[in-house]
Design a protein around this ligand. Structure first.
Ligand SMILES: Nc1ncnc2c1ncn2[C@@H]1O[C@H](COP(=O)(O)OP(=O)(O)O)[C@@H](O)[C@H]1O
Ligand SMILES: [Mg+2]
Length: 430
């Protein structure tokens, strides 16, 4: 059995790690042109009526920011003069009392950057609007509850009253902004506003961002492209309308209704299929020891680009550490890869295994069919009478709830390295 190293003796890792930044078109490894092409076509087609909002939907790490970057790059390269491309990052402004002012500022700054100075008048007009709004005590109210959510209105007279108060304010602001958008269009450009990183905002702020967007940018000659994870919007709705005590189901429905009002064209980033995962792994130019595990990785990683990169990075660093340490040289890298995947994709099971590494051996046997999870007897034989019942319970829990782990456990070889499992897990922070 190999002794765990003292933490201080671990050398610094030297493997290059993969960056988690959103990628542009030249680094596309997931054939995102299939999304970019039709979306750019919609944006550039003269027949597309504005206002028009595209929602890029996808889970955390699925590639939303990358897709937005690719659309932006394509517009810049092929249709540079025809669009004023505004990048609004609500997260940066999360401390502001309302998202409206930073949004207007961002639009103004972008217009001011036009190389030919085409939008000087609009820059000036929006500037004075910002000044007025900054002093307006009604501002906070004006952006509140502005998206008409019928359900909410019906439920609360109070809410409807508040809306009534602010509607005339809103109309004034909108017509001012509409004039600016039209003036910009008269100079040959339309606004396209990219909104990303909503998922980094506090739940209560998310609704504020969406409302500011809807209210003030639901205008002729304006496009919006917003990246959204639906769960995040639901969390925002729940937080914003907490006082109404909606159930979880109602929150999901209201979230849908909310987005229906805001988004004309939803685009869903599909999970990667096995072929795409394989191509992604092949395209990443991995260091040799990890590349040697590609076949295994292809079978066991979840099809999410960020998760995959995370697994690869932990593998690379752990491998580098183990190679530079005498006592760790003999570790089996395939076992390590499986444990890294487990840690990233099934943290609860990883935590349980850290407490009792034998659980991995038992699960392997269960997935392979050599241990009947319904019968305590087999557990007694393998793990002794004292531990049998709790082990059986743990195995059943994970076996039933995580069938997607079958590939990870079948043929894993945990039994062969049972004596060293604790060391492997220690390397991964267990
Ligand atoms: N088309 C792509 N080609 C290559 N890598 C990608 C692609 N899309 C996303 N990635 C990578 O996946 C990770 C998550 O992407 P990101 O666009 O930030 O996702 P999201 O915004 O949905 O959380 C990043 O490391 C990014 O570089
Ligand atoms: Mg993102």
């Amino acid at each position: 059995m190999i002794e765990p190293p003292a933490p201080s003796s671990l050398p610094a890792p030297s493997s290059p790690v993969l960056s988690d930044s959103p990628v542009g078109g030249s680094l596309d490894r997931l054939e995102f042109d299939r999304y970019v092409d039709p979306l750019v076509e919609v944006l550039t087609n003269d027949a597309t009526e504005t206002p028009f909002t595209i929602g890029v939907f996808g889970a955390w790490g699925s590639g939303k920011s990358s897709l937005i970057k690719m659309i932006d790059q394509r517009l810049a390269a092929d249709h540079g003069e025809a669009f004023v491309r505004v990048h609004f990052n609500p997260w940066i402004h999360r401390k502001e009392p309302t998202m409206l002012l930073p949004l207007l500022h961002t639009v103004q700054d972008t217009l001011a950057e036009d190389g030919r100075g085409r939008f000087a008048a609009a820059v000036k007009r929006i500037g004075s609007l910002i000044t007025t709004l900054s002093m307006d005590v009604l501002l906070r109210k004006a952006t509140e509850g502005a998206v008409t959510i019928d359900r909410v209105e019906q439920l609360s007279e109070r809410y409807a009253e508040r809306r009534g108060q602010v509607e005339s304010e809103i109309r004034k602001l909108r017509s001012t902004l509409q004039r600016q958008a039209d003036a910009i269009a008269a100079k040959g450009a339309r606004l396209v506003i990219f909104v990303d990183d909503l998922d980094r905002c506090e739940p209560a702020e998310i609704v504020d961002v969406l409302e500011s967007l809807k209210l003030f940018l639901d205008l002729r000659n304006v496009f919006i492209v917003v990246a959204i994870a639906k769960e995040i919007v639901d969390r925002g709705v729940a937080a914003r309308y907490r006082e109404f005590g909606f159930s979880a189901e109602q929150v999901v429905e209201i979230g849908d209704e909310y987005l229906d009002k805001i988004i004309q064209l939803p685009v869903y980033l599909l999970p990667l299929d096995a072929v795409a995962v394989g191509r992604f792994l092949d395209a990443l130019d991995l260091p040799a020891p990890i590349a040697a595990q590609t076949e295994l990785l292809r079978r066991v990683v979840t099809p999410n680009p960020r998760r995959i990169k995370r697994v690869l990075n932990i593998c690379a660093v752990t491998h580098a550490i183990s190679r530079r340490h005498d006592r760790l040289e003999d570790l089996r890298f395939d076992v390590l890869v499986r444990l890294v995947v487990l840690r990233v994709q099934s943290p609860a099971l990883h935590a349980a295994a850290t407490k009792r590494p034998d659980l991995l051996v038992a699960l392997e046997a269960a997935y392979e069919g050599s241990l009947n999870i319904e019968r305590t007897e087999g557990f007694v034989n393998r793990f002794g009478a004292q531990d049998a019942q709790s082990m059986q319970a743990a195995v059943r829990r994970f076996h039933d709830s995580q069938d997607h782990l079958r590939n990870l456990f079948e043929g894993a070889g945990f039994a062969e390295v049972a004596g060293d499992l604790r060391l492997y897990l220690t390397m991964l922070g267990g």
